[in-house]
Design a protein. Structure first.
Length: 230
């Protein structure tokens, strides 16, 4: 894996304060094609595992909703026990670092640029800020989705002017095929199902869905840059 420069939280906060919003496009004032580009990455957060026990939607069927809510609350204890295993499987994949490497590689190739490690050698800085990643579900027995929130920006190393900035959110539901059809019966991958799997099986499935999530993330960023340059 290439070296990733980790910038301090304080520096990351300063950049956010100076930019003021999540969507910026000053590409018309810069020719970044063929530039020497280095990457800096803000310290990433820990993965999250979130189950909503009180917001299930059953199309107006209040009796079913009440029954499901009661079941969810009873399962809350089981969910807490399962979280440690899910966290461990997610952490072992180094998802933020993988996301940064893949995004940096694809964006530099799109711009026909050159990767450089040192900031002093770079024409522009490509900064990655992974804001959130992990698993979400509306109930213990509902579908689980992998979610990923990331902000990416180009800024000039001399005057720190932000050239381009976008925030991306991607969410994809987990499917049984990610974990092997022999491991999961039925079409729903729920927290209840995941809690029964071995950590190795979880890591394999999470790795597969992470590739899909990151492909969509990178494609969105590439399309946005293309549109902005037009």
């Amino acid at each position: 894996m290439k070296k990733i420069r980790i910038i301090s939280i304080f520096t990351a906060l300063l950049v956010v304060l100076f930019t003021g919003c999540s969507t910026i496009n000053n590409l018309e004032h810069y020719d970044i094609y063929g530039s020497r580009i280095t990457m800096e990455m803000a310290i990433p957060p820990q993965p999250t595992v979130y189950v909503d026990y009180g917001n299930a939607d059953f199309g107006g069927d209040h009796l079913t909703a009440v029954i499901q809510l009661g079941t969810n609350m009873l399962k809350a204890g089981e969910a807490k026990k399962a979280e440690e295993k899910l966290y461990s499987a997610l952490e072992g994949l180094y998802i933020p670092e993988y996301a940064a490497e893949l995004t940096f590689d694809r964006i530099v190739k799109m711009l026909d640029g050159t990767m450089v490690e040192n900031r002093r050698d770079a024409d522009i800085i490509f900064e990655i800020d992974v804001e959130k990643y992990g698993l979400e579900a509306y109930s213990w027995s509902g579908n689980v989705a992998m979610v990923f929130d990331m902000e990416a920006r180009f800024y000039h190393p001399v005057d720190n002017e932000v050239i381009w900035q976008r925030r991306i959110h991607v969410g994809k539901e987990l499917s049984p095929g990610l974990f092997g059809f022999d491991q999961i019966v039925g079409n729903v991958v729920s927290m209840a199902v995941l809690s029964e799997l071995e950590e190795e099986d979880l890591a394999e499935g999470f790795q597969a869905i992470t590739r899909d999530v990151m492909e969509e993330t990178v494609n969105q960023l590439r399309e946005d840059i293309r549109d902005a340059r037009r």
